[in-house]
Design a protein around this ligand. Structure first.
Ligand SMILES: C[S@@+](CC[C@H](N)C(=O)[O-])C[C@H]1O[C@@H](n2cnc3c(N)ncnc32)[C@H](O)[C@@H]1O
Length: 328
């Protein structure tokens, strides 16, 4: 009986891990631009030769691809991509592959080091300069979903000045600036490499200024109609979060809007992903757990802001947008 249970459990673990194979395969394909290489029927030898890759390893990757339906045999030893809608686009086109990259290179290795970190009672240090460009790019995948909620406030409130704190690649302000040409947008960002990209991507927008600044050293030149802070709270020490909200409230004009995008975690009915995010963030001595819904309400209230609402951006990831207004 016990042996049967053992088998049953082992089988269950394997089954549950099957989705990992799809992500792993897609990640390798994205990282090495292999889906592009197999766009037309081609042999693995030609691809290995053209891209200077280990032929045996490429051959194994191709076999997995065929078995999971990412690739298909095309006769005479050639293979081509299949089910292309499931595959990430090549690098550099705001491709979903960047999420695979972040998961495989950052999240999964960190979670795998849990036993070691717990045993040694030490945490990792998040290398901002190394990861900032990937993280800024992944964050952009949420833009399409959160954007309408920001546009609505800018339109309704007739905001003329908008400040984006930790703006990353400036994806939000770029889209908003195209839409609201009479509004002046400012983005501040601590990573010089990310600032560089943000400046390049917004070079054509006269109504955008990007500044390389740490939010703790920054003070806007004038009061703002809207202050945004998207996917930044987990960079802020727990003890400083109330102070930050209180400070941001002082940067707002009367009736100004504070708009905050963040995953929410910490309660047992939050989806598993959000709670695992917290395991991930807690692995670093310079990243911090996600806020709870209640904290978001309290920080706003304490800062003298009126909560306009907390709306879902992505349910499965427990991503929300919280918006507040300065009434007096
Ligand atoms: C997860 S990204 C989010 C980027 C963008 N807001 C978005 O949602 O797409 C967080 C960004 O905040 C920046 N950041 C972290 N701490 C900061 C600070 N103290 N001052 C300014 N920017 C900061 C990081 O470098 C990173 O680019």
């Amino acid at each position: 009986m016990i042996d049967v249970m053992k088998m049953f459990k082992a089988r269950m673990y394997m089954k549950r891990n099957e989705p990992f194979l799809y992500s792993w395969h897609a990640y390798v394909g994205y990282e090495l631009d292999l889906f592009k290489a197999f766009e037309r029927p081609v042999t693995q030898f030609d691809v290995a030769d053209a891209l200077q890759l280990d032929e045996d390893l490429l051959g194994q990757w191709v076999s997995v691809g065929v078995s999971i339906g990412h690739l298909k045999e095309a006769g005479r030893g050639r293979y081509k991509v299949w089910n292309t809608w499931k595959l990430p686009k090549p690098k550099g086109n705001n491709s979903s592959g960047v999420l695979l990259k972040e998961m495989m290179e950052l999240h999964i290795p960190t979670l795998l080091s849990y036993p070691e970190m717990m045993r040694n009672q030490n945490r990792r240090h998040f290398d901002e300069e190394k990861h900032a460009p990937t993280v800024a790019e992944t964050s952009r995948l949420l833009e399409v979903l959160a954007m309408p909620k920001m546009s609505k406030r800018i339109r309704e409130n007739r905001s003329r000045t908008v400040l984006d704190i930790g703006c990353g690649e400036a994806g939000y302000i770029k889209k908003l600036a195209d839409r609201f040409p009479d509004t002046q947008f400012t983005g501040i960002e601590i990573s010089p490499a990310v600032v560089e990209t943000a400046k390049e991507l917004t070079a054509d927008n006269d109504n955008i200024v990007i500044e390389n600044a740490d939010l703790w050293q920054y003070q806007p030149e004038r009061l703002q109609d809207m202050v945004m802070m998207n996917n930044v709270i987990h960079y802020i020490d727990l003890e400083k979060r109330q102070a930050l909200f209180t400070e941001l409230a002082t940067w707002l004009e009367k009736d100004g809007i504070l708009s905050v995008v963040t995953p929410i975690a910490g309660s047992s009915d939050d989806p598993p992903f959000a709670n695992v995010f917290n395991s991930f963030f807690s692995s670093f001595d310079n990243l911090y757990r996600l806020p709870t819904r209640q904290e978001l309400a309290e920080w706003g209230e304490e800062a003298g802001l009126t909560m306009l609402g907390i709306k879902t951006v992505i349910k499965e990831g427990s991503w929300y947008i919280a918006q507040y207004q300065k009434k007096s």
